[in-house]
Design a protein around this ligand. Structure first.
Ligand SMILES: [Cu+2]
Length: 191
């Protein structure tokens, strides 16, 4: 074995010369720099998981390197950080919601929120729900009943309810910003 050049380490079997070490170091640095440049040319490296982690983007949405975090949050179908309920796979929607009776009025409490909902036993999606179920609960009333429906909004954005099958004042029938003000997150509107 030749012993010319600078020796690194004591074990002759792993002897590495200075020029070899320099060459490997330079190649490694070149590869690292190349990887960063290549990534930067293809992806938006200014986005972090803290900014956009958990966002579920709509299929088909075009995102480029210029798409920033605000735009993504604005366009996201849902953020998984906003999921409030995780009903198990046996949960079913369209459950009868028994009213409370207050002074002869049937009172129903409805809450809008995002839940992980099983569309198949082993497939769940983040769903916008009424009372944590899909479809929402069933309100059973009889013609002539006096009813009151409290809708509390636990969604990350504002909402409104548009009713079919009821005759009610226009200002209680949605759509938001057309015939009624939106119900903001955390607010309750009484119909
Ligand atoms: Cu309608």
């Amino acid at each position: 074995m030749g012993h010319e050049g600078m020796m690194v380490g004591d074990n002759p079997a792993s002897a590495v010369t200075g020029p070899q070490l320099l060459a490997v170091t330079l190649l490694t640095l070149l590869a690292l720099a190349g990887a960063v440049l290549w990534s930067a040319s293809r992806y938006n490296l200014t986005l972090s998981a803290r900014d956009v982690g958990g966002l579920v983007m709509p299929p088909g949405m075009i995102m480029t390197r210029e798409t920033n975090a605000d735009t993504m949050r604005d366009m996201a179908a849902v953020s998984l950080h906003d999921v409030l309920h995780q009903p198990d796979a046996s949960a079913r929607g369209d459950q009868l919601l028994p009213p409370r009776i207050e002074d002869g009025v049937k009172v129903f409490d409805i809450e809008t929120s995002i839940a992980y909902w099983h569309i198949l036993p082993d497939v769940k999606v983040a769903a916008y729900t009424y009372n944590g179920q899909v479809p929402g609960p069933r309100l059973r009333v009889t013609e002539g009943d006096r009813i009151r429906i409290n809708v509390t909004n636990r969604l990350p954005g504002s909402t409104a309810v548009h009713w079919h099958g009821l005759i009610l004042p226009n200002a209680m029938d949605g759509p938001a910003k057309i015939t009624q003000e939106p119900i903001k997150p955390g607010e309750t509107f009484t119909f």
